[in-house]
Write a protein that binds this ligand. Structure first.
Ligand SMILES: *Cc1c(COP(=O)(O)O)cnc(C)c1O
Length: 833
């Protein structure tokens, strides 16, 4: 892997100056044949779809490559300011379709493949999702990269190249079963290994302080066990603009020294086997969404990402500018995606002081003008705290720096609020106690010049609650950046028929200027346009029906209302409330209350963290209720329920295009933003939802007439705590009492006695943090309004069109423009100019 430089050879510059590759069908066909026959060495006897996909992937990759190099050169030559998006997760999904769309070569490729007797739709399905993330946070990072490239902003993503991504989910006897996701098994054409750029990351050892000749103290971190960080670059194409940005993912590898020491002791096989230890760091993604489990391997992953990425940026700086860091902060910015990479604050201090010889004051000035932090959740269990003990063991030098940051910070607090000991204890980066811990969110706030939430309500709750003390100290640091989704993947690519219909009506500039969708508003009541809209949505629904059948074996009639909740399974997202409603509908059917019935399929999909037992129990309940509902002849033509296994990005592409009703029913104040809500809206689904996260902004855009609002507000939720009495609510509500009785008498677990006792207990507990019973009645009423609205076709279609028309605000192009205008301040660079 260490790369030998050429010594005698002088490569001619002509090597790098090839003619551009053609984008016509005939050019593509010729290249396809070349890759199939020569790069991959296959012949006509090879029937494997895998090689056809790979050959096509290489054809597309070649066309990214030249634009990629041009973009890199344009950034280097302009000496522009750059931003770096540091994230433990990038939930990219598939790359092929997105690359074709953004290059604008889908038609030529379809034509080329056609004359080769191949079908694009079939090849697209061969690609495994790059599932390097859990849910919303990781998908947001992927949408952000797409928008940065489309806006031609010099932004680079930094993440980890997990060997195993998000687990694949199966259902056995109604239970979730996890299977490892070895997504790289069949190779990955969408990455380029860069072994010449390998770096070293240190762990363990101890610190050693010596006095310099001039009296200054010099700290050295010694006796470390180093691990190599090998970069793999993933191209991120902008939309038809010649820009290809880079996502750099780090893979861990062993150094050769490991072997040597033990080799001399005669333990060669043991020494080689010890390589495993090092390669473990980037082996697997932790499958916890919005909660931390404090495992030491996770801390090592976080430091590995932060250290490798910062070293990489500093190395490039030194190559191009030398060791003068005076304007480093004016030219670089790091956006921290949640607290996961926040050790970067201390690591940048270490690199600037210990490796570059800067004084504390200068290093701190640079660090605190370079870091910006995005918070993603208010849930206390998601706030990362790492035991001081783990830092002592793995990152002793970083701990010293954190203590020093804390001492200086607390000095500042004491100056502002003299003698306020409670406040000092509350704000300290170190939580004292039996097992002292480092509060990573506080480290991120203290070290950053910007702290943002991800929807208006969320940002407000952050400054009033969780981070109130910090808001009082530094109000100017706090701001909001409401999340978004990229309209390239989430409309132009996943829903080509609706895209064509929209473009025929208003032109195609909406793809990069999503607010133009407002031009659909006058068409919302147009009978002709409604009919076209209906036809497209019907075809998408058929596609979803086929997908659901293929994944779950359940058949759903096309005349049903598709009522869909797909997202991670979590108590705060309240898949349980949805299930109670299904039981209620089933109960109504059983007692013959079916006048003016709207046939409905309730579809729920999502993964539960493997250690989150109650979430897994909810999956089991959904599956048991589905079995009872679907096998009862009385529900025929009226009601179906499906648990859709293995929810993932490529599944969502089909799901959001074919759904009627989008379930966004979290307990108010708990969902930071949500982005699934935006994908459904953009594709013309109506929302049933609480006043939570970005739902509030969706409602603001589309209006109450086209949104089924229910439930307590965040303020009411807060007021209810302390005197919540679910038993009284249940007794006072005949429908809810009947639902609870069905559950309690074991109607859905006839042969599995007691299985759902914990779930039932949670609903009835006065300490239920999610207030499921409190919102039941208002949820059922909102569902009735939705069912009624669905039966009025013109009305529903009008609302559907208006949902799409009003979704412009939720483009990540808008989100990223705000990050850039208010936090990063980068100048767009066009590689063509
Ligand atoms: C959009 C998306 C999410 C986020 O969904 P929420 O409803 O906002 O929680 C999670 N997983 C996948 C695969 C997604 O595409």
């Amino acid at each position: 892997m260490p790369v030998q430089p050429l010594v005698k050879s002088k490569p001619s510059s002509a090597v790098a100056e090839l003619p551009s590759l053609g984008l016509e069908a005939e050019d593509i066909q010729a290249d396809y044949k070349r890759h199939f026959n020569y790069t991959l060495g296959r012949d006509r006897s090879c029937q494997s779809a895998h090689y056809a996909y790979t050959a096509l992937g290489l054809v597309v990759r070649d066309r990214l490559m030249e634009r990629w190099k041009n973009t890199r050169r344009a950034y280097e030559e302009s000496h522009c300011k750059q931003a770096y998006y540091l994230s433990m997760e990038f939930l990219l999904g598939r790359a092929l379709g997105n690359a074709m769309l953004n290059l604008g070569i889908t038609d030529s490729i379809t034509e080329a493949l056609h004359s080769l007797g191949l079908h694009l739709e079939e090849l697209v399905e061969i690609e495994s999702d790059a599932g390097l993330g859990n849910g919303g946070l990781g998908r947001l990072a992927a949408c952000f990269l797409d928008s940065c490239a489309t806006l031609q902003l010099p932004v680079m993503g930094y993440g980890l190249r997990y060997e195993y991504g998000m687990f694949r989910q199966h259902v056995e006897n109604g239970f979730q079963v996890e299977e490892p996701d070895h997504w790289l098994r069949n190779g990955n054409v969408w990455e380029l290994e860069r072994p010449e750029l390998v770096l070293r990351v240190r762990f363990g050892g101890r610190t050693d302080t010596t006095a310099h000749d001039d009296g200054r103290l010099k700290v050295r971190w010694v006796d470390t066990h180093d691990i190599l960080a090998v970069p793999y670059d993933v191209p991120i194409p902008g939309y038809r603009n010649g820009t290809i940005n880079t996502l750099r993912l780090w893979k861990s590898a062993a150094t050769d020294e490991f072997d040597l020491e033990e080799f001399n002791a005669g333990d060669y096989p043991e020494a080689v086997a010890a390589k495993n230890m090092a390669e473990q760091i980037t082996l697997v993604l932790y499958p916890n969404d919005a909660s931390e489990n404090g495992k030491e391997l996770r801390l090592r992953q976080q430091y590995f990402l932060a250290s490798a990425s910062l070293q990489d940026v500093l190395r490039r700086w030194i190559w191009t500018r030398g060791r003068d860091f005076s304007d480093f902060a004016d030219k670089n910015c790091f956006q921290l995606n949640d607290t996961h990479p926040s050790i970067a604050v201390a690591e940048l201090m270490r690199l600037l002081m210990d490796e570059q010889g800067l004084e504390w004051a200068e290093a701190w000035d640079i660090t605190s003008r370079t870091m910006a932090y995005t918070n993603h959740t208010l849930l206390p269990e998601a706030l990362e705290k790492w035991p001081v003990r783990l830092f002592e063991q793995w990152l002793p030098r970083l701990l010293e720096i954190i203590y020093e940051i804390n001492a200086r910070f607390l000095g500042e607090v004491d100056k502002r609020w003299p003698g306020d000991m409670d406040r000092l204890a509350r704000m300290s980066l170190i939580e004292e106690g039996h097992e002292p811990q480092v509060r990573m969110a506080y480290l991120a706030i203290v070290g950053s010049y910007s702290v943002n939430g991800v929807a208006e309500l969320h940002s407000k709750l952050l400054s009033e609650g969780l981070f109130r003390d910090f808001y009082e100290l530094w109000p100017y640091k706090f701001n909001n950046k409401t999340n978004g989704i990229t309209p390239r993947r989430w409309l132009a690519w996943n829903n080509p028929d609706l895209s064509d219909l929209i473009s025929e009506a208003i032109g195609d500039r909406w793809v990069t200027e999503l607010n133009r969708l407002h031009e659909l508003t006058p068409l919302a009541s147009d009978a002709r346009f409604q009919q076209c809209w209906d036809e497209v949505r019907h075809a998408n629904k058929q596609r979803l029906i086929d997908f659901i059948f293929q994944e779950s074996g359940v058949e759903i009639p096309a005349n049903f209302m598709f009522d869909v909740q797909v997202k991670r399974i979590h108590e705060y997202k309240r898949q349980l409330l949805n299930t109670l409603h299904v039981i209620h509908l089933y109960d109504r059917i059983k007692r013959g209350d079916i006048e003016n019935w709207t046939p409905r399929a309730v579809i729920i999909g999502g993964k539960a963290a493997p250690g989150y037992l109650i979430a897994k129990k909810i999956i089991k309940l959904i599956n048991n209720v589905a079995r009872v509902v679907n096998s009862d002849p009385d529900t025929e033509g009226l009601l179906k329920m499906v648990f859709l296994p293995n929810y993932r990005v490529s599944a969502m592409e089909v799901i959001c295009a074919g759904s009627d009703l989008s379930e966004q029913i979290s307990t108010a104040g708990k969902e930071a933003s949500g982005t699934g809500n935006m994908k459904f809206m953009l594709n013309g689904a109506l929302t049933i939802g609480t006043l939570d996260g970005a739902n509030i902004e969706i409602l603001e855009e589309v209006g109450e007439e086209h949104f089924f609002l229910f439930g307590l507000t965040a303020e009411e939720v807060a007021q209810t705590r302390g005197h919540y009495d679910p038993q009284a609510i249940i007794s006072a509500d005949e429908d809810l009492s009947r639902v609870m009785r069905l559950l309690e008498k074991g109607h859905f677990n006839r042969f599995e006695p007691g299985l759902f006792d914990d779930v039932i207990g949670a609903i009835k507990s006065p300490h239920d943090p999610w207030l499921t019973a409190a919102d039941f009645r208002s949820y059922v009423e909102a569902q009735k309004r939705a069912a009624e609205a669905y039966r009025d076709r013109p009305r529903w279609l009008r609302s559907s069109i208006l949902n799409t028309a009003c979704s412009g605000r939720f483009s990540t192009d808008r989100t990223i423009s705000q990050y850039n205008d208010e936090i990063w301040r980068l100048t767009p660079i066009s590689p063509g100019s």
